[in-house]
Write a protein that binds this ligand. Structure first.
Ligand code: SF4
Length: 147
């Protein structure tokens, strides 16, 4: 028996197979496979804040086999009552301290903070989708598919 799929069905099927991510309220989808060929847009560039909770700090320190106090001193910046990951400046660009420059990958990927896990579905990009569509090779507009 022949099975015919609509364009919408095909897209959903492809999304399932290739793990393409969508979030309610966002005008773009995200293909995590694109990270394989990306130079680390989300981990480098303009200076910013990668916030971490103490629970995340504990997991990362554990992953690295580090004592928490030592980890906090070496890798975190305290801003009022919160912590964020330190950055390094390389040729005018700010890089997360955990960005592996040689392999162009996150060196703590399995225990990366929630902020990194939820990229690019951030409120800022929801309101500025053009920015993420221009910068992130994994982001793809879904506006044309809604019309
Ligand atoms: S923790 Fe990893 S994923 Fe998050 S900004 Fe740093 S290098 Fe990138």
């Amino acid at each position: 028996m022949a099975v015919f799929l609509t364009v919408e069905d095909s897209l959903q099927l492809a999304g399932g197979i290739f793990n393409i991510m969508r979030e309610e309220g966002f005008d773009f989808s995200f293909d995590p496979m694109a990270c394989e060929n990306c130079d680390g847009y989300c981990c480098t560039g303009e200076s910013g804040y990668t916030w971490v909770t103490m629970e995340e700090v504990s997991k990362i320190a554990d992953f690295m086999g580090q004592d928490i106090d030592r980890f906090v001193g070496l890798y975190l910046v305290r801003i009022v009552s919160r912590f964020c990951l330190k950055e390094v400046k390389i040729e005018g660009s700010f890089h997360c301290l955990f960005f592996d420059e040689k392999n162009r990958r996150c060196s703590i990927y399995d225990v990366r903070p929630t902020q990194c896990r939820t990229f690019p579905f951030w409120e800022y990009f929801r309101d500025n989708p053009d920015e993420i569509l221009k910068e992130c090779p994994g982001a793809c507009s879904i506006l044309d598919k809604r019309e």
